[in-house]
Design a protein. Structure first.
Lengths: 208, 208
DNA sequence: GACTGTGAAGCCATTCACAGCT
DNA sequence: AGCTGTGAATGGCTTCACAGTC
């Protein structure tokens, strides 16, 4: 196959497959079928095969996939064959939680700076990170080849921070503020909106 | 219209429209067009009209929508005409951040209990909440009509917590652990997976 | 003239079903 | 016999374009 129009949903699932393959690999399992993966992550086997087919032919008919090989392929596809440096803007509760989150490091994501504009927070330590004044943002981004910025500030400041991150040179933004960000198309944005998620939940509960 | 098969994406957008309408309402704006909303939240005006049309005819041709009226309708649709009680399981960094998050209360979501199984955390205060032992979960859920459970524990414990939340009687779960949960179909689940989001970001950055 | 509500068209994603390989 | 890879069919969501209303 190796076509070009790849569904966004396929990428999300690939990330989940990848994590699942890692768990199989750690258990010492060497071969896996699309049906096994499907079962493990809650999708159909046809979906798994289709998703993988966008990127090549990784399996062997009659046998399945080699776990280690497929794991390496998925990591490569997702851009995880090298590590990524990130900055976190906002040293409140959410920013602190993100700094402490182990899952990032396990997948090759490293936080290299935490910023705030609140003078009472600057200089304080969060985990191993010292909170820096926001004016140092550009410098840290440049010196550490930071490509990802995480926005963990209140909605009112999110647009300013986004503009600033873009100017500093990040290529992607993970936004936790409940606002639509206005930034150039070439910058990739993903928003994690907690109340939207809760409200989809309440809608679905109420119609039961 | 008022058909039945409503896209999940429509509900997510409705939540965003609702928040945007609230901001217009606070600014004293009384009338709004689908094009205005579209512009404000980053979608097309046809999309806005289609989304709203699933639930009724709320506008006036040639004029637009009454902000307050449409806001009330969206809130009602999302199930926000009354408040919701929630429990948080996991009093680590993420659990603490969620307890401190103001955005929940603003939309009518109230946390009525925070739980952990770590004896060193039990009894400690997080914001105004005292961390309770996990054995009290069922009791608190029952006594407070809790319908939503938030899972903020490490992946390894997530399935156990989910099973326990379901047994305690919650109707929906917001899951922050990077695992697929195995629970009955009638329980609504939304997963917020941070590394999946980051990996979709890195995929898109790398292919630029 | 302005803007909504909605069938129809177009596009995208998932599922089916089977040929092809081991 | 078992399992992958994929064209074809299906289903779902978004965009178009315009009739209907103010």
């Amino acid at each position: 196959m190796k076509g070009f129009k790849i569904p966004e949903a396929t990428i999300s699932r690939l990330s989940v497959y990848s994590r699942y393959l890692e768990s199989l690999y750690r258990k010492g399992i060497t071969t896996v079928s699309s049906a096994d993966i499907a079962q493990g992550v809650g999708v159909t086997s046809a979906q798994v095969r289709k998703d993988l087919a966008y990127f090549g032919e990784f399996g062997t008919r009659g046998v399945g996939y080699n776990v280690k090989e497929l794991l390496d392929h998925t990591l490569k596809i997702l851009g995880l064959n090298n590590t990524w440096n990130m900055v976190v803007v906002g040293a409140g509760n959410l920013g602190s939680a993100l700094c402490a989150y182990r899952g990032f490091r396990e997948r090759g994501f490293y936080i290299v700076g935490v910023f705030d504009n609140d003078l009472t927070k600057i200089g304080k330590k969060i985990n191993e990170y010292e909170v820096l004044p926001i004016d140092h943002l550009e410098e840290v981004v440049r010196e550490n080849n930071v490509e990802i910025g995480i926005i963990a500030v209140p909605a009112a400041y999110a647009q300013d921070v986004a503009t600033r991150l873009v100017k500093a040179g990040v290529k992607g933004i993970l936004n936790f503020a409940p606002t639509v960000l206005n930034i150039p198309d070439k910058i990739i944005v993903r928003s994690v909106d907690l109340t939207v998620n809760l409200e989809v939940l309440t809608f679905n509960i109420r119609r039961d």
